[in-house]
Write a protein that binds this ligand. Structure first.
Ligand code: FAD
Length: 259
């Protein structure tokens, strides 16, 4: 199988750097082909702007989504964007690995998503009508592929527990797991989270890599998070709201997971 690891940490000798090296070796030892997009090493351009299309006419108004659509359809995207899209098409599984920075992904990785997820590639896919609101949330260009987050946090595990002050980790990662990964079609695996990184030592690092190694070994068999599919009958279309008969009266992010 082909695995793409999109990695965002500026320092190769960091904990994240060590975990990335471990993951590559583990996956290769299991016979998989691994490609790494090491965004800092690549000096990835994080900002989406008019330079992302080779055809933008200087001095004319820049429409981020319409120029993305035109460039994707006409092969005039900048080469770095097209190369990452090719890697996504090649991959059977994608891992996004990053330290949690301000309760989200580092800006360089957010910029990878914004630029690589072009209109027509990751959004704006499929029929948009009053009965079918696009191929998304369980359908789309990346359907059939698996994805998983590997995330490190300074905060402790209880800080991210059901009543933890930071909010539950599943809620914090929801915009990435559900919004960035499930939206264009990935089957999203439960995240692998390393908490309280300030307390890492050799013994704990060994436990951490043991656990991560098991998750990587099981990447093809782990049950994905059972997010509800937009076009499978649970939602009223075109409002895209959960039907009243499902979990009546309940609200919040958790209603979009079919438990
Ligand atoms: P490092 O700092 O490289 O290492 C952490 C520890 O692991 C060190 O003690 C190091 O000695 C040890 N270590 C490294 N490699 C090994 C190895 N091979 N074997 C054994 N031990 C090793 N945290 C939150 O919880 N929520 C936030 O919102 C948040 N926002 C942040 C925003 C910013 C801008 C920054 C800089 C940090 C933020 N943090 C936050 C903390 C951040 O998530 C952690 O600092 C990060 O996850 C640690 O990962 P690292 O790879 O940088 O670790």
């Amino acid at each position: 199988m082909n695995v793409l690891l999109v990695y965002a940490h500026p320092e190769p000798q960091s904990l994240n750097g060590a975990l990335k090296e471990f993951s590559v070796k583990r996956l290769e030892a299991a016979g998989h082909t691994v490609r790494v997009s090491d965004l800092y090493a690549m000096k990835w351009k994080a900002v989406l702007d008019a330079d992302d299309s080779t055809e933008h006419v200087p001095g004319t108004a820049f429409s981020p989504s319409l120029e993305s659509k035109h460039a994707f359809e006409n092969g005039t995207q900048s080469a770095d964007i097209a190369a990452e899209q090719d890697k996504l098409k090649w991959a059977d599984a994608v891992i996004l690995q990053f330290p949690l920075w301000w309760f989200s992904m580092p800006a360089i990785l957010k910029g990878w998503v914004e630029r690589v997820y072009a209109y027509g590639f990751a959004y704006g896919v499929g029929e948009h009508s009053d009965t079918h609101w696009g191929d998304r949330y369980g359908e789309g260009s990346l359907v059939g592929k698996r994805a998983m987050l590997v995330v490190t946090t300074g905060g402790w595990e209880p800080h991210y527990g059901p009543r933890g002050i930071n909010g539950p980790i599943d809620d914090i990662l929801f915009p990435i797991n559900h919004g960035v990964l499930f939206y264009p079609g990935f089957d999203v695996l439960p995240p692998f989270v390393v908490y309280r990184t300030g307390r890492m030592d050799e013994a704990r690092f060994a436990q951490t890599t043991d656990a991560l190694g098991r998750r990587l070994d099981e990447i093809w068999s782990t049950r994905p998070i059972p997010y509800r599919r937009q076009n499978a009958g649970d939602y009223d279309i075109p409002e895209c709201t959960l039907k009243d008969a499902i979990l009546p009266g309940q609200v919040g992010l958790g209603v979009h997971v079919a438990r």
